[in-house]
Unconditional design. Structure first.
Length: 764
């Protein structure tokens, strides 16, 4: 699951090493490539920059010019950089030692697992270990081709298909997902993994208690802690599928075949939809919601009808039309009524989902129950009480990470560490984060009651929902409660700034410009733009953020399905804020997607042209370069459909298509980080971003609303749950001092090299 975990991240990482550049002068660094008449330190800095631009996977090669430099001519510069260079090289070595140690450990575990009895569980365990080695090793194709791995794949494939045929859905899902991770580029197991995800999604929707039972049984078999009691709050599937009509599903399929970038025939979508209904009726666990599935004769009649219908569709030379679609969908509903008697809304729900499985992962029908959440995401419009929450594994309650300053929760006295025990007097024990979010959010001006556990007592908060502003621009170190109170300098002495974008919303460019202007007023000489784990957002903001660093030219364009040039988005000179005299390093990784790929890709293109003084550092980006149009299907449902692909100015397709070898944005300088480094850094960065140390003292617990609890989590392992006893915010400098964030450390050294060169040149 490592690759999936890497792509789910939302926070970027920080760094240190400020002590090596004391007292650098307050002047512009100038442009790289200053020419043969420039002082030797400037030429040396230029050679380091050039080496980084062409380094690719040879991450340490950009240091070679520094090691080979003429000490007599650049001694002062090298003296300033000596500590930073040795720290980075030591951390590279530390990472490789950790890689070797981890690979040796996992190789031994894999050998032991392969030598044990080959049950589905041990095969799943072996695949997990193989995926971990695959993530760590340098020659990934060679590893997959090893005889033992090929044999493991073959056995796991057989076990997955057996598990699926016998109804062991969880183990089938595990096997298919891990096979897909191991063979991700080939996409061999992508359809199988998607089918199992659909099946588990059906169980979650229609019989969520059964999914809880399956997960709990599996956990206990693995010696893990039992799950908390099942919480059914808000889990009635009848409410979720109400309002779904045949007309809505047909309209979605017709618009998809007309508008989708791949122009899939309507008959292909219908075949995929019928297959999804077949998956539904062969999932025996759904019988708790749909008893007709237990009538094997009735079920088999429906399956035979679906198989026959799909065989006819596959043989058709021409596509079907709207009338044919209507007749075939009506016939399916008639067959269901005559056999398994599944409600029309449920059949149509799975027919629609299955049809869109034939398209890309970003195209979908937005069903009535999903519409409020979807609109919040699209509009960037969050209405709630203003708390960041996470599941506390120790207590199995939802924990407050931090209240946002100035919001209803903050003003009412909600504090970091409070546990949500009830929402509107309904128990929150065992509740998922999605359940909690759905219940806490709502229309502005409406009320919600949260009962918190604090210091062993219950405290009630009656809160009025309001619009919550979400800021997407963050700095290096938090300086206060407000979301714009940041220390923007990662190296104050060298005046090197650091900005991390967590998304692209309506206010992103405005926030970015405010941060840059604040730094420029204090002598900004270089800047790091951190786009790692940035999932994207609004195209308009991607264009304006890129325009901040690029003064003129094409930034991104689209193509129609017929290959014609679509919309073009260009930079305007008046909107540039950072010019060529201020060096820029952009950080990206596997979690940088969509709008962040447009920004980093455009900057890389113009950097290669010599127009922008920039480098891109990190790992190849995610590869989500597609345009989604949102269409209204009815008053209760919408359609999100991929209609075009994004292309960078050089014609490169950002989007990752199945079996593609090239996608996304490639860094100039590739710097690898181990999975543990990434997860550790994310945790520390999240803690460092939380303004707990700035929270005012806790208000007293209202005596009229409080009552003792029979059990308290205070003082238990994992603690930190006593509100008011906030941990000191971790120093983000430790991320580099401990060798965690090598990507940011390399970026910082590149800019420090520029600063040190100007320091010596001026002194000389």
């Amino acid at each position: 699951m490592l690759k999936l975990e890497l792509r789910r991240g939302l926070l970027a990482l920080g760094c240190a090493c400020m002590m090596f550049l004391p007292g650098l002068p307050a002047r512009s660094m100038g442009a790289v490539g200053a020419g043969r008449d420039s002082p030797p330190p400037i030429r040396l800095a230029d050679s380091v920059w050039t080496a980084a631009r062409t380094a690719g996977k040879d991450e340490a090669s950009f240091l070679a010019p520094l090691h080979n430099a003429d000490v007599e001519k650049s001694g002062a510069m090298l003296a300033l950089l000596k500590g930073a260079i040795s720290d980075l090289e030591a951390n590279f070595a530390k990472r490789e030692a950790a890689r070797t140690e981890q690979m040796t450990k996992v190789e031994k575990e894999l050998a032991e697992t392969l030598a044990a009895e080959q049950t589905p569980s041990t095969l799943s365990k072996a695949l997990r270990q193989a995926v971990e080695i695959h993530e760590l090793c340098a020659d990934k194709p060679a590893f997959v081709q090893q005889d033992r791995i090929q044999a493991l794949i073959k056995r796991a494939d057989s076990a997955a298909r057996t598990a699926e045929s016998t109804g062991d859905w969880l183990i089938a899902n595990e096997l298919y997902v891990r096979l897909n991770l191991l063979l991700e580029e080939e996409a061999t197991y992508k359809p199988d993994a998607r089918r199992q995800a659909d099946r588990l999604g059906m169980i979650q929707l229609y019989v969520p208690r059964r999914l809880w039972e399956m997960r709990n049984t599996r956990r206990l078999a693995e010696g893990l802690k039992e799950l908390p009691p099942f919480n059914a709050l808000g889990e009635d599937f009848n409410a979720k599928v109400s309002g779904i009509s045949q007309g809505v599903v047909m309209a979605a399929m017709l618009r998809a075949t007309e508008s989708h970038i791949e122009r899939r025939p309507l008959r292909e979508l219908l075949v995929s939809g019928f297959d999804s209904v077949k998956t539904m009726v062969t999932t025996k666990d759904l019988a708790a919601a749909f008893p007709g599935i237990d009538d094997l004769a009735a079920r088999d009649r429906l399956i035979a009808w679906i198989d026959s219908a799909n065989a006819q569709l596959r043989l058709k030379a021409q596509d079907i039309d709207q009338l044919d679609l209507n007749n075939r969908v009506s016939a399916l509903l008639d067959q269901s009524r005559l056999t398994v008697k599944i409600p029309v809304g449920a059949i149509l729900h799975e027919l629609g989902n299955g049809a869109f499985d034939r398209l890309d992962e970003f195209s979908q029908i937005i069903w009535p129950d999903e519409l409020p959440r979807f609109r919040r995401i699209v509009d960037g419009d969050f209405i709630g009480v203003g708390v960041q929450i996470q599941l506390d594994e120790e207590s199995q309650f939802i924990r407050i990470v931090s209240p946002l300053e100035g919001t209803p929760a903050f003003r009412a006295g909600v504090r970091s560490g409070d546990l949500i025990k009830k929402i509107d007097d309904q128990s929150a024990l065992g509740m998922t984060l999605n359940q909690a979010v759905e219940l806490i959010t709502g229309r502005a001006g409406t009320n919600v009651k949260l009962t918190m556990e604090r210091q062993g007592q219950d405290v009630d908060f009656d809160l009025t929902r309001a619009r919550i502003p979400i800021r997407t621009v963050k700095g290096w170190r938090r300086e206060g409660l407000k979301e714009d109170q940041w220390d923007w300098y990662i190296d104050p002495a060298a005046r090197i700034g650091y900005i991390r974008l967590t998304g692209f919303q309506e206010s992103t460019t405005r926030e970015l410009h405010a941060a840059i202007n604040e730094m420029k007023s204090n002598g900004l000489r270089g800047i790091i733009l951190d786009l790692r784990f940035n999932p994207g957002g609004l195209l308009t903001q991607a264009v304006s953020v890129a325009n901040t660093f690029i003064d003129n030219g094409l930034l991104v364009y689209t193509e129609t399905p017929e290959g014609r040039r679509g919309e073009e988005h260009r930079a305007r000179p008046k909107d540039q804020l950072i010019g060529k005299n201020t060096p820029l390093v952009v950080l990206i990784n596997e979690g940088s997607a969509s709008a962040s790929e447009i920004v980093s890709g455009a900057i890389r293109y113009y950097a290669d042209k010599g127009v922008v003084n920039a480098l891109v550092v990190g790992k190849r980006s995610y590869g989500k370069g597609s345009v989604q149009n949102v269409l209204q299907l009815s008053s209760a449902a919408m359609l999100k459909i991929t209609t075009q692909y994004y292309f960078l100015p050089d014609g490169r397709l950002i989007h990752r298509r199945d079996h593609a070898k090239q996608w996304g944005v490639d860094p100039h300088l590739i710097v690898d980080m181990l999975p543990k480094q990434i997860s550790d850094a994310l945790t520390i960065r999240q803690d460092a971003d939380t303004p707990n140390q700035f929270l005012p003292p806790l208000p007293p617990i209202p005596a009229t609303n409080s009552k003792p609890l029979p059990h308290t989590v205070e003082g238990q392992g994992g603690g930190g749950l006593t509100a008011g006893a906030a941990k000191p915010t971790p120093d983000p400098n430790k991320l580099l001092e401990d060798g965690v964030d090598l990507q940011l450390q390399a970026a910082l050294l590149l800019l420090q090299t520029q600063a040190a060169a100007r320091q010596q040149a001026k002194a000389g």
